[in-house]
Design a binder for this molecule. Structure first.
Ligand code: ZN
Length: 140
């Protein structure tokens, strides 16, 4: 029977949206939360996936992002500052919206799936605040 499991991850991260017309163009941060949601058939142990193995799909990425500044490669103003002062940062080639962060995490999780998994869908929800989230779903 097709079943869904979910695990939550949290990290603190700075960012800004340089092209935004409002407050989001300023340097600020969020207490991000991501839900990794996996669906598929149960294995012989009655699991979609062991929660420990699920954690291993994404924990290294969460650690990379935690207390970093997620910087759009086109944002030269901030990127130069981060490099000059050796501040923790991760450079990406997209505007650092929750939508794009969800895409990035979904691609990461799909790339880390073990051989022989029985999943049919990977879904990622990224919360920037407790009231707003972006969701990406990929069939595999
Ligand atoms: Zn923001």
């Amino acid at each position: 029977m097709r079943t869904t499991i979910s695990k939550q991850f949290r990290w603190e991260m700075g960012h800004r949206l340089p092209l935004h017309k409002g407050l989001c163009r300023n340097i600020h941060g969020h207490s991000y939360e991501a839900h990794v949601i996996l669906s598929g058939e149960l294995d012989e142990q009655g699991m979609v996936m062991d929660y420990f193995d699920m954690k291993m799909l994404i924990q290294s990425k969460v650690d990379e992002l935690d207390h970093a500044f997620l910087c759009d490669a086109s944002d030269a103003v901030v990127l130069d500052f981060l490099k000059e002062h050796s501040l923790k940062h991760v450079i990406v080639n997209f505007p650092t919206t929750a939508e794009n962060i969800a895409h990035m995490l979904c691609e990461h999780v799909v790339s880390k799936l073990p051989h022989g998994h029985r999943l049919d869908t990977v879904k990622i929800r990224v919360f920037e605040t407790e009231k707003t989230y972006a969701e990406v779903e990929q069939s595999i």
